[in-house]
Design a binder for this molecule. Structure first.
Ligand code: RIB
Ligand code: CA
Length: 308
Protein backbone atom coordinates (compact mmCIF):
# COMPACT_ATOMS: atom_id res chain seq x y z
CA UNK A 1 0.00 0.00 0.00
CA UNK A 2 1.44 3.39 -0.97
CA UNK A 3 1.90 5.72 2.02
CA UNK A 4 1.03 9.42 1.86
CA UNK A 5 1.01 12.51 4.04
CA UNK A 6 -1.25 15.27 2.71
CA UNK A 7 -0.06 18.85 3.32
CA UNK A 8 -2.86 21.29 2.60
CA UNK A 9 -4.34 24.76 3.18
CA UNK A 10 -7.95 23.57 3.50
CA UNK A 11 -9.81 25.46 1.52
CA UNK A 12 -12.79 24.24 -0.38
CA UNK A 13 -10.92 22.35 -3.10
CA UNK A 14 -8.40 20.95 -0.59
CA UNK A 15 -11.36 19.54 1.38
CA UNK A 16 -12.66 17.77 -1.72
CA UNK A 17 -9.18 16.42 -2.47
CA UNK A 18 -8.98 15.05 1.09
CA UNK A 19 -12.32 13.23 0.71
CA UNK A 20 -11.22 11.78 -2.64
CA UNK A 21 -7.96 10.65 -1.05
CA UNK A 22 -9.84 8.81 1.69
CA UNK A 23 -11.84 7.15 -1.08
CA UNK A 24 -8.67 5.77 -2.69
CA UNK A 25 -8.31 2.19 -1.43
CA UNK A 26 -4.83 1.95 -3.01
CA UNK A 27 -3.23 4.47 -0.65
CA UNK A 28 -2.76 4.78 3.11
CA UNK A 29 -2.94 8.30 4.51
CA UNK A 30 -0.55 8.58 7.48
CA UNK A 31 -1.51 12.11 8.44
CA UNK A 32 -2.69 15.57 7.43
CA UNK A 33 -0.43 18.59 7.91
CA UNK A 34 -1.77 22.14 7.82
CA UNK A 35 -0.28 25.27 6.28
CA UNK A 36 -1.34 28.90 6.06
CA UNK A 37 -2.69 29.73 2.62
CA UNK A 38 -6.32 30.01 1.55
CA UNK A 39 -7.15 31.08 5.10
CA UNK A 40 -5.00 31.45 8.22
CA UNK A 41 -3.34 28.38 9.70
CA UNK A 42 -5.75 28.26 12.64
CA UNK A 43 -8.75 27.91 10.31
CA UNK A 44 -6.90 25.46 8.05
CA UNK A 45 -5.98 23.25 11.01
CA UNK A 46 -9.50 23.37 12.44
CA UNK A 47 -10.98 22.47 9.06
CA UNK A 48 -8.67 19.45 8.84
CA UNK A 49 -9.46 18.32 12.39
CA UNK A 50 -13.20 18.88 12.03
CA UNK A 51 -13.29 16.95 8.74
CA UNK A 52 -11.50 14.01 10.36
CA UNK A 53 -14.03 13.85 13.18
CA UNK A 54 -17.05 14.48 10.93
CA UNK A 55 -16.02 11.78 8.44
CA UNK A 56 -14.49 9.33 10.92
CA UNK A 57 -10.90 9.53 9.71
CA UNK A 58 -8.54 8.29 12.43
CA UNK A 59 -5.31 9.96 11.28
CA UNK A 60 -3.00 12.50 12.97
CA UNK A 61 -3.70 16.15 12.15
CA UNK A 62 -0.81 18.56 12.71
CA UNK A 63 -0.66 22.30 13.04
CA UNK A 64 1.83 23.98 10.72
CA UNK A 65 3.40 27.15 9.39
CA UNK A 66 1.37 30.24 10.18
CA UNK A 67 3.38 32.42 7.81
CA UNK A 68 5.54 31.95 4.71
CA UNK A 69 9.31 32.16 4.98
CA UNK A 70 9.54 35.90 4.34
CA UNK A 71 6.44 36.73 6.39
CA UNK A 72 5.35 38.82 3.42
CA UNK A 73 1.97 37.24 2.79
CA UNK A 74 -1.09 38.06 4.85
CA UNK A 75 -4.35 36.21 4.21
CA UNK A 76 -6.42 38.34 1.91
CA UNK A 77 -10.00 39.31 2.49
CA UNK A 78 -10.59 37.44 -0.74
CA UNK A 79 -13.70 35.28 -0.40
CA UNK A 80 -12.66 32.49 -2.77
CA UNK A 81 -12.88 30.07 0.13
CA UNK A 82 -15.01 32.14 2.51
CA UNK A 83 -14.00 33.30 6.01
CA UNK A 84 -13.44 29.79 7.46
CA UNK A 85 -12.00 28.23 4.32
CA UNK A 86 -14.99 25.95 3.70
CA UNK A 87 -17.05 28.61 1.96
CA UNK A 88 -20.58 28.80 3.34
CA UNK A 89 -20.44 25.18 4.47
CA UNK A 90 -20.48 24.47 8.21
CA UNK A 91 -19.47 21.14 9.76
CA UNK A 92 -19.50 20.37 13.51
CA UNK A 93 -16.50 21.41 15.61
CA UNK A 94 -14.40 18.41 16.66
CA UNK A 95 -15.05 17.39 20.28
CA UNK A 96 -13.03 14.17 20.59
CA UNK A 97 -10.26 14.58 18.01
CA UNK A 98 -7.25 16.66 19.07
CA UNK A 99 -4.18 17.88 17.21
CA UNK A 100 -1.05 15.76 17.10
CA UNK A 101 1.55 17.28 19.43
CA UNK A 102 4.13 17.55 16.61
CA UNK A 103 4.42 20.59 14.34
CA UNK A 104 3.97 19.64 10.68
CA UNK A 105 7.63 19.74 9.63
CA UNK A 106 8.61 17.43 12.53
CA UNK A 107 5.73 15.04 11.71
CA UNK A 108 6.70 14.97 8.03
CA UNK A 109 10.27 14.08 8.96
CA UNK A 110 9.31 11.35 11.44
CA UNK A 111 6.97 9.74 8.90
CA UNK A 112 9.67 9.95 6.24
CA UNK A 113 12.10 8.12 8.54
CA UNK A 114 9.47 5.50 9.51
CA UNK A 115 8.64 4.82 5.85
CA UNK A 116 12.32 4.33 4.98
CA UNK A 117 12.17 6.09 1.61
CA UNK A 118 8.64 4.96 0.68
CA UNK A 119 6.76 8.09 1.82
CA UNK A 120 4.95 10.14 -0.85
CA UNK A 121 3.62 13.66 -0.29
CA UNK A 122 0.51 15.29 -1.73
CA UNK A 123 0.96 19.06 -1.36
CA UNK A 124 -2.00 21.28 -2.19
CA UNK A 125 -1.05 24.57 -0.59
CA UNK A 126 2.02 26.78 -0.17
CA UNK A 127 5.18 24.70 0.36
CA UNK A 128 6.27 26.26 3.66
CA UNK A 129 6.04 23.07 5.78
CA UNK A 130 7.91 21.00 3.18
CA UNK A 131 10.70 23.55 2.88
CA UNK A 132 10.91 23.78 6.67
CA UNK A 133 11.39 19.99 6.87
CA UNK A 134 14.07 20.17 4.16
CA UNK A 135 16.09 22.81 5.98
CA UNK A 136 15.55 21.45 9.51
CA UNK A 137 16.37 17.81 8.67
CA UNK A 138 19.25 17.39 6.16
CA UNK A 139 18.29 13.79 5.31
CA UNK A 140 14.56 14.54 4.77
CA UNK A 141 14.67 15.20 1.01
CA UNK A 142 16.39 11.88 0.26
CA UNK A 143 13.68 10.02 2.20
CA UNK A 144 10.79 11.28 0.01
CA UNK A 145 9.84 8.87 -2.76
CA UNK A 146 7.73 11.41 -4.70
CA UNK A 147 6.09 14.79 -4.11
CA UNK A 148 2.90 15.47 -6.06
CA UNK A 149 1.82 19.11 -5.89
CA UNK A 150 -0.81 21.50 -7.08
CA UNK A 151 0.96 24.74 -7.89
CA UNK A 152 2.57 26.91 -10.51
CA UNK A 153 1.91 27.19 -14.21
CA UNK A 154 4.05 26.93 -17.30
CA UNK A 155 1.87 29.57 -18.92
CA UNK A 156 -0.16 32.17 -17.01
CA UNK A 157 -1.21 32.63 -13.43
CA UNK A 158 -4.18 33.39 -11.21
CA UNK A 159 -3.11 35.66 -8.39
CA UNK A 160 -0.91 37.48 -10.92
CA UNK A 161 -0.81 37.01 -14.72
CA UNK A 162 2.60 35.39 -14.08
CA UNK A 163 2.07 33.53 -10.78
CA UNK A 164 -0.15 30.86 -9.27
CA UNK A 165 -1.37 31.31 -5.63
CA UNK A 166 0.37 28.38 -3.85
CA UNK A 167 3.78 29.32 -5.24
CA UNK A 168 3.16 33.07 -4.96
CA UNK A 169 2.40 32.85 -1.23
CA UNK A 170 5.84 31.36 -0.50
CA UNK A 171 8.23 31.44 -3.49
CA UNK A 172 11.29 30.89 -1.27
CA UNK A 173 9.76 27.67 0.04
CA UNK A 174 8.91 26.55 -3.50
CA UNK A 175 12.47 27.30 -4.62
CA UNK A 176 13.80 25.19 -1.74
CA UNK A 177 11.59 22.29 -2.84
CA UNK A 178 12.35 22.66 -6.57
CA UNK A 179 16.09 22.53 -5.85
CA UNK A 180 15.91 19.76 -3.21
CA UNK A 181 16.28 16.77 -5.55
CA UNK A 182 12.92 15.34 -4.40
CA UNK A 183 11.17 13.73 -7.42
CA UNK A 184 8.42 16.23 -8.28
CA UNK A 185 5.21 16.12 -10.31
CA UNK A 186 3.63 19.52 -10.83
CA UNK A 187 -0.11 19.85 -11.49
CA UNK A 188 -0.41 23.51 -12.35
CA UNK A 189 -2.96 25.87 -13.79
CA UNK A 190 -2.14 24.61 -17.29
CA UNK A 191 -4.41 21.63 -16.51
CA UNK A 192 -6.31 22.51 -13.32
CA UNK A 193 -8.17 25.44 -14.91
CA UNK A 194 -9.87 22.83 -17.13
CA UNK A 195 -10.82 20.55 -14.21
CA UNK A 196 -14.31 22.02 -13.82
CA UNK A 197 -17.18 20.08 -12.23
CA UNK A 198 -20.77 20.37 -13.48
CA UNK A 199 -24.32 20.61 -12.16
CA UNK A 200 -24.76 16.92 -13.11
CA UNK A 201 -21.79 15.96 -10.90
CA UNK A 202 -23.34 17.89 -8.00
CA UNK A 203 -26.69 16.13 -8.46
CA UNK A 204 -25.04 12.70 -8.69
CA UNK A 205 -23.17 13.34 -5.45
CA UNK A 206 -26.25 14.62 -3.65
CA UNK A 207 -28.20 11.58 -4.82
CA UNK A 208 -25.48 9.31 -3.43
CA UNK A 209 -26.33 10.69 0.00
CA UNK A 210 -23.16 9.66 1.91
CA UNK A 211 -21.69 12.22 4.32
CA UNK A 212 -18.69 12.82 2.04
CA UNK A 213 -20.80 13.00 -1.14
CA UNK A 214 -23.26 15.48 0.41
CA UNK A 215 -20.43 17.59 1.90
CA UNK A 216 -18.77 17.63 -1.53
CA UNK A 217 -22.06 18.62 -3.19
CA UNK A 218 -22.41 21.46 -0.66
CA UNK A 219 -18.87 22.69 -1.36
CA UNK A 220 -19.41 22.47 -5.13
CA UNK A 221 -22.67 24.42 -4.79
CA UNK A 222 -20.79 27.12 -2.86
CA UNK A 223 -18.34 27.29 -5.77
CA UNK A 224 -21.22 27.34 -8.29
CA UNK A 225 -22.76 30.37 -6.52
CA UNK A 226 -19.29 31.96 -6.24
CA UNK A 227 -18.88 31.62 -10.02
CA UNK A 228 -22.33 33.10 -10.62
CA UNK A 229 -21.17 36.15 -8.61
CA UNK A 230 -18.11 36.52 -10.84
CA UNK A 231 -15.69 34.46 -8.74
CA UNK A 232 -13.67 31.36 -9.57
CA UNK A 233 -15.43 28.47 -11.37
CA UNK A 234 -16.03 24.99 -9.86
CA UNK A 235 -12.37 24.15 -10.31
CA UNK A 236 -10.80 21.05 -8.72
CA UNK A 237 -7.21 22.28 -8.53
CA UNK A 238 -6.16 20.06 -5.62
CA UNK A 239 -8.07 16.88 -6.46
CA UNK A 240 -6.30 16.88 -9.83
CA UNK A 241 -2.94 16.70 -8.03
CA UNK A 242 -4.24 13.58 -6.25
CA UNK A 243 -5.35 12.18 -9.62
CA UNK A 244 -1.80 12.64 -10.94
CA UNK A 245 -0.62 10.36 -8.14
CA UNK A 246 -3.28 7.63 -8.30
CA UNK A 247 -4.91 8.02 -11.76
CA UNK A 248 -2.02 9.30 -13.90
CA UNK A 249 -3.64 8.21 -17.16
CA UNK A 250 -6.08 11.14 -17.00
CA UNK A 251 -3.15 13.50 -17.63
CA UNK A 252 -0.22 13.84 -20.02
CA UNK A 253 3.19 15.04 -18.88
CA UNK A 254 6.44 16.63 -19.99
CA UNK A 255 9.74 16.84 -18.09
CA UNK A 256 11.16 20.35 -17.73
CA UNK A 257 13.96 22.08 -15.91
CA UNK A 258 12.09 24.56 -13.71
CA UNK A 259 13.03 27.40 -11.40
CA UNK A 260 11.05 29.76 -9.18
CA UNK A 261 11.26 33.55 -9.44
CA UNK A 262 11.57 35.08 -5.97
CA UNK A 263 12.05 38.70 -7.07
CA UNK A 264 10.14 41.28 -9.13
CA UNK A 265 6.98 43.24 -8.52
CA UNK A 266 5.29 41.48 -11.44
CA UNK A 267 7.10 38.13 -11.49
CA UNK A 268 7.61 37.00 -7.86
CA UNK A 269 6.16 33.49 -7.59
CA UNK A 270 6.53 32.73 -11.31
CA UNK A 271 7.44 29.10 -12.11
CA UNK A 272 9.86 29.26 -15.00
CA UNK A 273 9.92 26.17 -17.28
CA UNK A 274 12.74 25.81 -19.81
CA UNK A 275 10.29 24.37 -22.37
CA UNK A 276 12.79 24.64 -25.25
CA UNK A 277 15.67 23.24 -23.15
CA UNK A 278 17.71 26.36 -23.99
CA UNK A 279 19.72 26.00 -20.77
CA UNK A 280 20.45 22.34 -21.45
CA UNK A 281 19.89 21.40 -17.80
CA UNK A 282 18.61 18.11 -16.41
CA UNK A 283 14.81 18.35 -15.90
CA UNK A 284 13.80 18.52 -12.21
CA UNK A 285 10.00 18.53 -12.55
CA UNK A 286 7.48 16.33 -14.39
CA UNK A 287 4.70 18.74 -15.44
CA UNK A 288 1.11 17.84 -16.30
CA UNK A 289 0.34 19.45 -19.65
CA UNK A 290 -2.95 17.86 -20.85
CA UNK A 291 -6.07 16.59 -19.06
CA UNK A 292 -8.88 14.20 -20.00
CA UNK A 293 -11.61 16.20 -18.26
CA UNK A 294 -14.53 13.71 -18.51
CA UNK A 295 -12.30 10.90 -17.25
CA UNK A 296 -11.14 13.04 -14.32
CA UNK A 297 -14.67 14.11 -13.37
CA UNK A 298 -15.88 10.48 -13.46
CA UNK A 299 -12.93 9.38 -11.34
CA UNK A 300 -13.45 12.15 -8.76
CA UNK A 301 -17.17 11.50 -8.28
CA UNK A 302 -16.47 7.75 -7.94
CA UNK A 303 -13.71 8.33 -5.34
CA UNK A 304 -15.85 10.72 -3.28
CA UNK A 305 -18.64 8.12 -3.26
CA UNK A 306 -16.14 5.56 -1.99
CA UNK A 307 -14.89 7.89 0.77
CA UNK A 308 -15.35 6.20 4.09
O1 RIB B 1 -4.15 28.32 -7.22
C1 RIB B 1 -5.00 27.29 -6.75
C2 RIB B 1 -4.51 26.78 -5.42
O2 RIB B 1 -4.56 27.83 -4.47
C3 RIB B 1 -5.38 25.65 -4.84
O3 RIB B 1 -4.56 24.79 -4.08
C4 RIB B 1 -6.32 26.37 -3.93
O4 RIB B 1 -6.76 25.55 -2.82
C5 RIB B 1 -5.44 27.46 -3.40
O5 RIB B 1 -4.67 26.92 -2.33
CA1 CA C 1 -5.06 24.38 -1.74
Amino acid sequence: MRKFVIDCDTGTDDAIALMAAFGCEEIEILGITSVNGNVNEDNVSRNNLNMCEYLGWEVPVCRGAAYPFTMGFRNSSDQTHGKTGLGSVVIPEAVSHTFDRRISSRFLYEKAVECQGELELLVTGPMTNIAAAIIQYPDFAKLIKHLWFMGGAVYGGNVLPTAEFNIWVDPEAALTVFSSGIPLTMVGLDVTLKAIMTREDIEELRANGSKAAVLTADLLEFMEKRFARGGEDIIMHDALALAAAVYPECLQYRDYWMDVETRGDYTRGHTYADVRNKLNRQPNVRVATEIDVPAFRRWLVDKICLCK
